[in-house]
Design a binder for this molecule. Sequence first.
Ligand code: CA
Length: 351
Amino acid sequence: MSPPRQQRISRKGWNMTSSRGGLSSLIMLGLPILFINFCPVEMQNEGETAWNTADYYKREHSLGRPYQGTGWQIPYWDFHGSTIVTNQYIRLTPDSRSMQGALWNSVGIQMRNWEVQMQFQIHGKGKDLFGDGMVFWYAKDRMIPGPVFGSKDYFMGMAIFLDTYSNHNGPHNHQHPYISAMVNNGSLHYDHDKDGTHTQLAGCEVKIRNLQHDSWVAIRYENDVLSVSTDILGKNAWAPCLRVEGVQLPTGYHFGVSSATGDLTDNHDVIAIKTYELDAGPGVQGSRDQIIPAAKLFEQPRERIEDKPAGWSGIKIFFVTLFGILGTVVLVVVGVMVYQNHQQNSRKRFY
Ligand SMILES: [Ca+2]
């Protein structure tokens, strides 16, 4: 499966502002970045024959170097916790224990279809032990610290987990780092100890840690289809990760990125976020501001499988013991009665 066209197109546009390209040094020297940012996608990509004039870069939902406007503020973005902003990256957590940080877009999403491309790096001193990872959010509530990679549980919206550490206490059916998607209507708990296995819609294994170059993840939401692709090889090509149909997300929610460390640590750095509005196409009508987040898999929650084969449950042990005791009592009583009857018969014979 080849990467979707829009991803290829917008990716080329992105590279123009990437720190790795020669252009970026010009940008750092003051070349008007606004020109690039306000360009429709097609203007950034000469040579591409297939482009859609309705796909536009959305500056108010994007983030790139240089981050700061005036003072310490980042235009359109708020941050909290351990987050620090440097010239080169926005570090959600440093490579130290028990940190939580997040970055949230302050402008609600009014687009029906969109694609977000996040450039990031997860790296640290740990060779075998590291964690926990980061999450890209499209959520109703923003700037609320919590246990889900530094953000609140029982969220409403969608989460794309970039989970570097396997908390699952037993054999996994996949390796880590692992990218997975979850859609929540506010009723579901993200089970951190199980790596969210029981609420995920789909996922894929991707080695997104301690790479020599930056990593990219693309999250595309188009006509109720959620798809995630990655570029971790530094070869400027997308690899499909997951695709889920029948995902319903309202408008008005916010983009965000959060991260947390616990006993295990890593640097979690966001470098850029590029957001594009996608053409909704004909036939897609109606307001989306009041719907509840939903995915088809909500209807069939998968069975929770324990780490080890479960032994007898407490109730089973109780009943087996109870019936065992009752059976023994009945046998003893019957035995005593038989014995007494036998004794009486013996005495009768003597007299
Ligand atoms: Ca985990």
